[in-house]
Design a protein around this ligand. Structure first.
Ligand SMILES: C[S@@+](CC[C@H](N)C(=O)[O-])C[C@H]1O[C@@H](n2cnc3c(N)ncnc32)[C@H](O)[C@@H]1O
Length: 259
């Protein structure tokens, strides 16, 4: 296997080390009849991230983790590939795929460099996979390469406001004021964070995202900014439901590869 960039090597170790903590949520999501998205479990009926009928479509999940999104697509009729950087996450994905009788092609690797030919897929998606853990300047062009002309890329991850309101020492909770500059975020290294130290994530400003999409050859179909539902409680990684009712905690971009 080709040598990994530093962030991918760090994130591999991080995710292999905590994959066991994601087994239970993966099992729950595999059992869901109806998809729901992100930390607030917003139902598919509100977000419409997947085509209702994916019969005959070739789809890829970039950073699939336990691969429940891949399973949701396969149940809608798609032939699905999932790639993930963590062998331990894929171990759970493989077990659940066998248990549920849902066939998936699972690849261990970096979503920035996928061992599949150009134009192999009609649909690509990432929910908190490549969407936040891979360098957008590498994985967005790679997703573009993998899609056929007219193919769709959907990705969901943290809104940049979360990074801007995150205290610089990585402590929780996320503040109701700006803690970091908007410009120049790109790479967020959480290894020394006070609370829940983690791996290396990525985020761009809105103008940087838009420029990257246009220069890569994507058309923007939609940008959704997700907030917590009225009845949401608790908090996820320092983001409380109260915070996320007032500010967007997640974004979803929907893009089309120009024909
Ligand atoms: C939070 S999970 C995403 C899967 C699922 N949607 C979820 O939310 O649980 C994050 C996954 O991204 C994977 N990941 C991180 N960097 C990656 C990369 N460069 N290429 C492929 N997968 C990556 C991790 O190994 C991990 O399994």
């Amino acid at each position: 296997m080709a040598e990994l960039p530093e962030h991918a090597a760090v994130n591999r170790e991080y995710w292999d080390g905590m994959a066991h903590e994601w087994v239970e949520s993966g099992e729950r999501a595999w059992s869901q009849a109806e998809p729901s998205w992100g930390i607030w479990s917003v139902p598919e009926s509100e977000l419409h991230l997947l085509p209702d009928d994916m019969t005959g479509m070739r789809a890829i999940e970039l950073g699939c983790g336990t691969a429940y999104v891949a399973a949701w697509m396969a149940r809608r009729g798609a032939t699905v590939t999932g790639i993930d950087n963590s062998a331990e996450q894929l171990r759970t994905a493989q077990r659940l795929s066998e248990q549920h009788g849902v066939a998936l092609e699972l690849i261990h690797g970096n979503a920035e460099k996928v061992p599949q030919p150009d134009g192999s897929f009609d649909f690509a998606i990432s929910e908190y996979g490549a969407a936040i853990w891979a360098d957008p300047y590498a994985w967005i062009p790679e997703a573009h390469r993998l899609l056929r002309p007219g193919g769709t890329l959907v990705f969901l991850g943290n809104h940049i406001l979360v990074a801007m309101c995150s205290p610089v020492d990585g402590s929780f909770p996320i503040a109701r004021r700006l803690e970091r500059p908007y410009f120049g975020i790109h790479r967020l290294d959480w290894r020394d964070a006070v609370d829940d130290p983690g791996g290396i994530e990525f985020s761009l400003t809105f103008s940087e995202w838009i420029r990257l999409f246009r220069e890569t050859g994507f058309e923007i179909l939609d940008l959704a900014e997700i907030h917590a539902p009225a009845d949401a409680t608790g908090s996820h990684a320092g983001i409380s439901a109260d915070w996320a009712r007032d500010f967007p905690s997640e974004h979803v971009w929907t893009l089309r590869k120009a024909a």
